[in-house]
Write a protein that binds this ligand. Structure first.
Ligand code: DGL
Length: 269
């Protein structure tokens, strides 16, 4: 039994997709979330900058009494996970490895598609993680830079979104992938439009679901589940407007969070 909190961070609001899954699968766990809303996006930045930001994000979270840190951000996980793991003395897990493993598990025809930010796709981290499990799988990766702004502006189920989805994903459809990793925090919010375009036979992997399942498994295996937090505490920290984050975050998590959000000067860490 371990009642310490789980730390989760993302470049902004998108990591709440993973938090929502953690809350659903692990209802007794405390969560401390940091969203780097003042410096989002990470997906278009250089490797050096992403690593610098990730180290600051983790140094901030390390102030809390944590049992592990979950890197919810696809870009941070793809680019900076190894550096982070080597630098801190607590378990740090990223979405890439677990989404890749789940994709290999459900994939039937040997062809896996990966979509993500420019940084994630350029890192080739998904292909490396897939091939580490199953070297023969064919991996087709495409960066979809317009998806994040579409989601941030609420274009979740819009004709313009459907057109851009078709534009980006046609090569994956032509290649007949039967598994598609939604390798960015924001993409699960476009699941409906993506599923409509790719068709019912294509299995969509949501990294937030994959990581929550993995966190559940390891906490259980290592006897680290929290059992006494009947109503667990949730704290949210951001590097920009508390109100903006709370407004969108409350809608997203379907619970009011304004009272729980605080601003932090991340450059101090
Ligand atoms: N959170 C980022 C990711 O999952 C998307 C937004 C950004 O570019 O920072 O890759």
């Amino acid at each position: 039994m371990d009642d310490r909190a789980i730390g989760v961070f993302d470049s902004g609001l998108g990591g709440l997709t993973a938090v929502k899954q953690l809350m659903a699968q692990l209802p007794h766990e405390r969560i401390v979330y940091f969203g780097d809303t003042g410096r989002v996006p990470y997906g278009t930045r250089s490797v050096e900058t992403v690593i610098k930001y990730v180290m600051q994000d983790i140094r901030f979270l390390m102030q809390f009494d944590l049992k592990m840190i979950v890197v919810a951000c696809g870009t941070a996980s793809a680019i900076a996970l190894d550096t982070a793991k080597a630098s801190f003395d607590l378990p740090i897990i990223g979405v890439v490895e677990w989404a890749a493993k789940q994709a290999v598990h459900v994939n039937r025809n040997g062809k896996i598609g990966v979509i993500g930010t420019q940084g994630t796709i350029a890192s080739d981290a998904y292909a490396r993680n897939i091939k580490a499990v199953e070297p023969k799988r064919q991996v087709l990766s495409i960066a979809c830079p317009l998806f994040v702004p579409l989601v941030e502006n609420g274009y979740l189920d819009h004709a313009a979104t459907a057109m851009i989805v078709a534009e980006y994903l046609q090569p994956l459809k032509d290649a007949r992938v039967d598994t598609l990793i939604l390798g960015c925090t924001h993409y699960p919010l476009l699941k409906k439009v993506i599923a409509q375009f790719m068709g019912d036979d294509v299995h969509l992997i949501d990294p937030g679901v994959a990581i929550a399942t993995h966190v559940h498994t390891i906490l259980q295996q290592q006897d680290m589940l929290s059992v006494t937090n009947i109503s667990p505490t949730f704290r949210y920290f951001v590097s920009d407007s508390v109100e903006n984050f709370a407004r969108l975050g409350s809608v997203f998590l379907q619970r009011p969070i304004l009272e729980l959000v605080e601003k932090v000067d991340i450059e101090r860490f």
